[in-house]
Write a protein that binds this ligand. Structure first.
Ligand code: HEM
Length: 526
C-alpha cells in the first residue's frame, strides 16, 4: 500500500515538475508573438518585471539609499546600457522609456496628438489628482477648452502685462529683504527666499492674495502648500499603488487632513470672490474662471471642482519648478566666476546702475537668457515627463500598443551626446548662435531637443511667465549683489524631492550689497 502511494506521489511530483519546467520555458525562452515588434526590453523576472534593475543600480552605487534615489538618473543608466527606446515593466506600471533626442523628436513631431494625454491615475474627491484636474485631464473637450482659456486669458499676453506690477512688487520685496540681510551680514537660503517670491506671485495672480499678507488665511495656504509638497512623492506612490484601492471603493485621499483643509480654504476664497468679484479692475484667475463657469454660452461648462483643482495645480506645478530654476542657475553662476563676470557686464551695459532690471529688459539680455537656458538644460526641474499613447503606433521602427504609458527622460535627452557637444559642460554660449530667418526647419529641430518645458500641445503653458520670473530674479541678484559662500564652490549633489530635481544641500550665501540706491521713477516696471 505504502509503495502504491509512493508511486502515485512520484507521478504527481513528476507531472508538477513538467508543468513547472514548461512554465519556466514559456516565461524565459519564448516571447509573446505580439512582442516581436515591441521596443527592446532589458532582461526581466516573473512578477516583478524589471524592478530588480533598481536593486542592481542601488548595489552599484552604495551611496544611494532607496529613499534618495534619483529616478531620472537610474533610468538614464538603464537606457545607456540597454537602449534609448525601451519597453519596461514594473508592477502596476508598464511603460515605454524614451531617452534620446532623436526618438523624442519623432514622438513630438509625428505623434503629438496621440501622446497628448498623461494617462495618470486620478482620485475623485481629492484636491490633488482629482478627476476634475487639468494636468491629469485626457486630451478631450475639457482639456482643449481650458488650454484655450489659459493661452488667451489666464496666462496670455494681456494677463502677463496686467500682472507685471505684481511681479515687480514681489521682486522689490525680495531685494529689500536681501539688502536687510546684507546690512546685518546674515546668510540667506536661496530656495526659501525665492519660494516666498514665486509663491506670492502665483497666489496674487491666481487669487489676488499674497502669501505674506497680514492675513491668517494666506499663512495657512502657505503652510498647507508646504505640507502637501512634503508629501508629494507619497502622494504619487499612493495614487499609483493605493489608487487600485479606489476601484474597491476605499479612498485614502479624501481622508487626508491637509487636502481637506486646502479644499475648505479654496471653497471660502471662491465664495468671497463670488460675492465681491474684481471684474472692473485687474481680474485675477479666480475671477476669470468664475465668470466662465457662470457663462451660459460658454463652449464648455466648467465646474467648481475644475476651478479648485486647476488652482491647486498652479501651486504645485509653478512654485517649486521656478524656485529650483533660480537656485540651479545661481549655483552655476557662483561656480563659474568668468560667466558671472560676463553676465554682470551685460546687465550693467544694457540696464545700467541707476535703475533695477525689468521684464522688458530681458529680450535685450541674450547672455542672461542663455545662462538660464543652459541651467535648465543641465538641471531640468521636471526631469521626467509622463504621457500615454492613446492609440497604437510605430516609434523608431517598433510597435507601441494603444494605452501604453510613456516616460520621456528629458534629463537624458538634454545630455544626449549625439546632439549636444560636450553635454556635461555648462556652456551658455551654445544658445547664442543665431539662426537666420530661412532656417525654420533647423530652429524646430533645435527646439525639440531642448525640453525643460516639455513639448507640443501638452507642453508647459507658463514657460514665458517662468522665463520672466527666473530672468528678473537672476538679473536682480547679479545686478545688485555679490554672494559670499562657505568654501570655494557650491556643492552640486542632487536629490529628488517633491517631483522636482533639486540640490541635496540648499544654496546658502551671504549677500553683499553692490548697488542699493535706484532712481525709483526709472525703476517702475510699467
Ligand atoms: C522654470 C519653471 C517651470 C518649468 C521648468 C516647468 C516645466 C513643466 C513641464 C516639463 C511640464 C510638462 C510638459 C509636458 O508634458 O510636455 C509642465 C506642465 C505644466 N506647467 Fe510648468 N514649468 C514651470 C513653471 C510653471 C509655472 C510658473 C506655472 C503656472 C503658474 C506652470 C504651470 C504648468 C501647468 C498648468 C502644466 C500642465 C500642462 C498640461 O498638462 O497641459 N509651470 N511644466
Amino acid at each position: 500500500m505504502a509503495s502504491i502511494i509512493t508511486d502515485e506521489c512520484q507521478h504527481l511530483i513528476l507531472i508538477l515538475l513538467c508543468f513547472f519546467a514548461f512554465f519556466c520555458f514559456i516565461l524565459f525562452f519564448t516571447k509573446p508573438t505580439h512582442a516581436v515588434h515591441l521596443p527592446p526590453s532589458p532582461p526581466s523576472l516573473p512578477f516583478i518585471g524589471h524592478l530588480h534593475h533598481l536593486l542592481f543600480f542601488l548595489l552599484d552605487k552604495p551611496s544611494y539609499s532607496l529613499f534618495d534615489i534619483l529616478p531620472h538618473k537610474f533610468l538614464h543608466t538603464l537606457s545607456s546600457k540597454y537602449g534609448t527606446l525601451l519597453h519596461l515593466r514594473v508592477p502596476f506600471f508598464p511603460f515605454i522609456l524614451v531617452s534620446s533626442a532623436s526618438v523624442a523628436y519623432e514622438i513630438f513631431t509625428a505623434h503629438d496628438v496621440n501622446v497628448s494625454s498623461r494617462n495618470l491615475p486620478t482620485n475623485e474627491g481629492s484636491v490633488l489628482f482629482d478627476t476634475s484636474g487639468f494636468v491629469t485631464a485626457p486630451y478631450g473637450e475639457y482639456f482643449k477648452f481650458m488650454k484655450k482659456l489659459i493661452v488667451t486669458k489666464l496666462l496670455g499676453p494681456n494677463a502677463q502685462v496686467q500682472s507685471r506690477s505684481i511681479r515687480a512688487d514681489e521682486l522689490e520685496r525680495l531685494r529689500g529683504n536681501l539688502l536687510d540681510k546684507a546690512s546685518k551680514k546674515e546668510s540667506v537660503e536661496v530656495h526659501k527666499e525665492t519660494r516666498k517670491l514665486v509663491g506670492n506671485i502665483v497666489a496674487r495672480m491666481a487669487m489676488g492674495r499674497s502669501f505674506t499678507e497680514e492675513n491668517g488665511d494666506i499663512e495657512s495656504i502657505q503652510s498647507l502648500v508646504a505640507k502637501a509638497n512634503s508629501s508629494k512623492i507619497m502622494t504619487v506612490l499612493s495614487v499609483l499603488i493605493l489608487g487600485q484601492l479606489e476601484k474597491l471603493g476605499i479612498s485614502w485621499f479624501k481622508k487626508r487632513t491637509v487636502f481637506k483643509n486646502f479644499d475648505r480654504l479654496l471653497e471660502r476664497f471662491l465664495d468671497e470672490h463670488k460675492e465681491k468679484p474684481n471684474r472692473d479692475r485687474c481680474m485675477d484667475m479666480m475671477d476669470v474662471l468664475l465668470a466662465v463657469s457662470e457663462d451660459e454660452n460658454a463652449e464648455y461648462k466648467i465646474t467648481r471642482n475644475n476651478i479648485k483643482a486647476f488652482l491647486v495645480e498652479l501651486f504645485f506645478g509653478g512654485i517649486d519648478t521656478s524656485v529650483n530654476s533660480v537656485q540651479w542657475t545661481m549655483v552655476e553662476i557662483i561656480n563659474n566666476p568668468v560667466i558671472a563676470e560676463r553676465l554682470r557686464e551685460e546687465i550693467d551695459s544694457v540696464v545700467g546702475k541707476s535703475r533695477l532690471i525689468q521684464e522688458r529688459d530681458l529680450p535685450n539680455l541674450p547672455y542672461l537668457q542663455a545662462v538660464i537656458k543652459e541651467a535648465l538644460r543641465l538641471h531640468p526641474p521636471v526631469p521626467i515627463i509622463p504621457r500615454g499613447f492613446n492609440q497604437g503606433c510605430t516609434v523608431g521602427g517598433y510597435f507601441v500598443p494603444e494605452k501604453t504609458k510613456l516616460l520621456v527622460n528629458v534629463y537624458a535627452v538634454m545630455r544626449d551626446p549625439n546632439v549636444w557637444q560636450n553635454p556635461l559642460e555648462f556652456k551658455p554660449e551654445r544658445f547664442l548662435t543665431c539662426l537666420s530667418s530661412g532656417q525654420e526647419e533647423e530652429r524646430k529641430r533645435q527646439a525639440l531637443k531642448y525640453l525643460p518645458f516639455g513639448s507640443g500641445r501638452r507642453g508647459c503653458p507658463a514657460s514665458s511667465l517662468a522665463y520672466m520670473i527666473v530672468g528678473t530674479t537672476i538679473g536682480m541678484l547679479v545686478q545688485c549683489f555679490d554672494w559670499r559662500i562657505k568654501g570655494e564652490k557650491v556643492n552640486t549633489d542632487e536629490c529628488y524631492t517633491e517631483f522636482t530635481q533639486t540640490l541635496a544641500y540648499p544654496l546658502t550665501f551671504t549677500p553683499v550689497t553692490r548697488i542699493s540706491n535706484f532712481d525709483l521713477d526709472k525703476s517702475l516696471n510699467t
